[in-house]
Design a protein around this ligand. Sequence first.
Ligand code: AMP
Ligand code: GLY
Length: 424
Amino acid sequence: MKILVIGGGGREHAIIMKLAESPKVDKLYCAPGNGGISKFAECFDVAATDIEGQVALAKKLGVDMAVVAPDDPLVAGMVDAMNAAGIRTFGPAANAAVIEGSKVFSKDLMKKYNIPTAKYEVFSDSASAIAYIREQNTYPTVIKADGLALGKGVIIAQNEEEAVTAVHEMIDELKFGKSSATVVVEEFLTGPEVSVLSFTDGKTVVPMVSSMDHKRALDNDEGLNTGGMGTIAPNPFYTEEVADRCMKEIFLPTIDAMNKEGRTFKGCLYFGLMLTPRGPVVIEYNCRFGDPETQVVLPLLDTDLYDIFDAIDKGTLSDLDIRWKDGSCACVIMASGGYPLSYPKGIEMHGLDEKGQVEGAFVYHAGTKFADGKFLTAGGRVIGVTCTGSDLKQALDRAYAAVDRISWDGAHYRKDIGKKALNK
Ligand code: AMP
Ligand code: GLY
């Protein structure tokens, strides 16, 4: 099998490493890929959002399957375009990817089908949004851009002033372009967060090992929101009892709801959950593998990933026995100085060749470039230093030991990944 993976971050690196384990996979391609991925897959300089370019590349390479990993090409219909060109593709069609592409769609879906979520209202004019916020008069309150916003479209306003500013910035100043012309104003909930990625062929849903993201830039969940500064799996807050409840109240009802709407979802459906005092609720759906959740979930997968993709395509997922390894996995993101605000690129990295000295460690590349025999930084989140272990403590100790050997000017990372989970 020849497989093209579309995207170029740590998540795509993790998907590629897992596919590389399959005896059925002969050749891996990635577009655009990155410096680290280029060691394992042939990379092509085609943007992840370039639908025509990616379809042309898949045809030229004669691939047996394409895997569309990032949100924007999924929402824009890359899977539909690949299928129309006769290419088997892993990922949801655009009419199902809307579950991430529009928060209004997903909130209305949950309301219609009684799937637990935060109470909300939808607004396209700022005066009505502000009137509603004043009438509720409960803070914090949560304001979300309807469309994709690079993970930055959620504002937790601590008071009226912050809420009013957020509404004006989103609706009137179109801070996130068309994505924020409509907003969802929702109730602020509290509780541990859990990410559950799942495989689904539209009939069967198989949750993967649970995980926990760490979204804020600094230790103790301080600082700005980021794309994710580290992850651990499994998430100890996600007990078997919670898992059973989520299956009954959230996972199966969501798959059913999408079918009833004529939007069958095939691919990886990501449930962003919060375990509130009144039970698990959906904070968000993503139509794809999470990043950096994938970097800790796939290393624990004990079944051939190609077989899973193949079964999803054929609609035979219920026939497959998907197994997970014992133990835990931890991923510490090392980021460029300045991230998540502006940061320099092209800085030489040191110590990557020594990572093998820490047993079980692997470095997933998120934003790197390989040039003249050296790795250079090429993004905000640069690498995800990942390690499995017999338990979470061992996985974390090893991941941090590997982090200690890697350096570049300005590199920063959180020192407390997994602490909340360890202290549970
Ligand atoms: P998202 O970009 O949708 O993943 O949201 C970013 C983060 O905002 C989530 O991981 C939560 O920590 C937080 N968040 C989103 N919605 C709510 C809510 N209704 N109540 C409390 N926190 C929320
Ligand atoms: N880690 C959160 C996401 O992938 O959206």
